[in-house]
Design a protein around this ligand. Structure first.
Ligand code: ZN
Length: 255
């Protein structure tokens, strides 16, 4: 599933369209455009002024208007026929143009949202105010405050986009693995040293996996299957459903 690293890669691939004028929009699936189709037609003739990312969402700015792109489970951006994302966890690896759900044609470039499962979408002037602090901007003090605010399972809080925006299932597992913390820990019972370890793990995992190229490049990722051993301590890796998603963690070193 695309997480903030994939959104970041997509935002960067979209940079060539800054300054380009939108010529037409073709929405090919009813679920691929949130809000009114009329809103999006109003943007024809407008030029892209900036590209931003908020959590897992990419936002194309058109002056005081905007188009938010959400990637759902299998969405990817394709610019001039090329996708910057080569592999996503939940899709077959095939990159089929039949899955193009929205096509934006600019004077110089073409952009499509290619999405097998159609859980991604575009939305004009989306209200993103419900998103929490971006994962790349969480400092240790803010993290301590968010964790202590109320009692929750640690993994569920990391996945809650209204608290911290950007982490998905894979990155959250990698951060907890690197921090040596169980996904089931109660957020308000972490010690200051554990919160520090979590913050450091978050920064390290982001830096390393950004360099490697995405949320599927973590140290734990190749071992997310029954019977696997921990690549760090040889302990048993176990799975559980937390926050509605399958979590993998080490039964030995993640406490
Ligand atoms: Zn381990």
């Amino acid at each position: 599933m695309p997480e903030f690293l994939e959104a970041e890669i997509s935002a960067s691939a979209l940079e060539p369209i800054i300054g380009d004028r939108l010529r037409s929009i073709d929405v090919r699936h009813e679920h691929a455009c949130r809000g009114s189709a009329g809103d999006i037609a109003e943007l024809i003739g407008a030029s892209v002024t900036d590209i931003a990312r908020r959590g897992k969402v990419v936002v194309l700015g058109f002056g005081d208007r905007s188009v938010a792109i959400r990637f759902g489970m299998t969405g990817r951006i394709v610019v001039d026929g090329r996708s910057p994302i080569d592999r996503l966890e939940y899709e077959s690896g095939a990159n089929d143009p039949a899955w193009d759900r929205v096509l934006l044609t600019f004077d110089e470039h073409d952009v499509s949202l290619r999405d097998q499962r159609v859980l991604g979408s575009i939305e004009v002037d989306a209200d993103l105010s419900a998103l929490g602090v971006d994962v790349t901007e969480v400092d240790a003090a803010t993290l301590a405050q968010l964790l202590g605010a109320r009692r929750r399972q640690l993994k569920a809080l990391l996945l809650d986009q209204s608290v911290i925006a950007g982490l998905g299932n894979l990155l959250a597992d990698e951060v907890l693995f690197a921090a040596g913390l169980s996904p089931r820990r109660a957020t308000n019972e972490l010690t200051p040293a554990e919160i520090d370890a979590l913050h450091r793990a978050c920064e390290t995992v982001i830096d390393v996996q950004r360099t490697r190229g995405g949320s599927h490049t973590g140290d734990l990722f190749p071992h997310r299957h029954e019977g696997a051993r921990c690549p760090t301590c040889e302990g048993s890796l176990v799975s559980a459903t937390i926050g509605g998603r399958t979590s993998w963690s080490c039964a030995s070193h993640q406490q």
